[in-house]
Design a protein around this ligand. Structure first.
Ligand SMILES: Nc1ncnc2c1ncn2[C@@H]1O[C@H](COP(=O)(O)OP(=O)(O)O)[C@@H](O)[C@H]1O
Ligand SMILES: [Mg+2]
Length: 171
């Protein structure tokens, strides 16, 4: 017996940095405010590169720097705020409450979190989980929608594949 095709999950090989940036752009077309997205994988896996591609896709032309020391970087976009977390150095749970990070996760924002495992119980549940791993010279990426909103994103991603610039009416 074969499992039915699960449009809530996808795996791809990303041969070079350009492919990671392109996936970020694709994702930028299917995201909606309110989503929380976990970006997992080792140092150098390409998490920040993916966020950079995503922000470019959303029309942000400025610098996208890794929030390694600031923990979070805010990008105010025209219709929502995008928060890019990197919790690699997250050490003080008190900071989570004091800085009001919890309030950043709301239905008017999109939150992308590198190293979510370091945030432990402080983090809400994600809608989408993205995992990047080294694969030869490139990267392997796995994406999974884990809430209803996340699964809808993954369906839109599957639908728009090979239809860059399409109007999305196929789905
Ligand atoms: N698909 C890919 N293939 C090869 N190199 C990549 C790929 N995606 C990103 N890179 C490179 O990996 C390096 C680390 O990327 P970065 O996004 O900073 O990783 P992370 O945020 O996971 O630590 C960068 O030099 C980037 O150009
Ligand atoms: Mg990074």
């Amino acid at each position: 017996m074969h499992a039915p095709h699960d449009s809530a999950k996808q795996a791809r090989f990303l041969p070079d940095e350009a492919a990671t940036l392109a996936l970020g752009r694709e994702l930028s077309n299917v995201l909606v405010p309110g989503l929380a997205i976990w970006l997992q994988g080792d140092l150098g896996a390409g998490k920040t590169t993916l966020v950079r591609g995503l922000l470019r896709g959303l029309g942000y032309e400025g610098r996208v720097k890794s929030p390694t020391f600031t923990l979070v970087e805010l990008y105010p976009l025209s219709s929502f705020n995008l928060y890019h977390f990197d919790l690699y150095r997250f050490a003080d749970p008190g900071e989570w409450a004091d800085a009001g990070f919890r309030e950043y996760f709301n239905d008017q924002s999109i939150c992308l979190v590198e190293w979510p495992e370091k945030g432990g119980d402080f983090l809400p549940r994600p809608d989408l989980e993205v995992r990047l791993d080294l694969a030869g010279e490139g990267r392997r990426v796995e994406l999974a929608g884990v809430t209803e909103a996340g699964r809808r994103c993954m369906q839109r991603l599957a639908t728009q594949e090979g239809h860059t610039g399409g109007d999305g009416s196929a789905g």
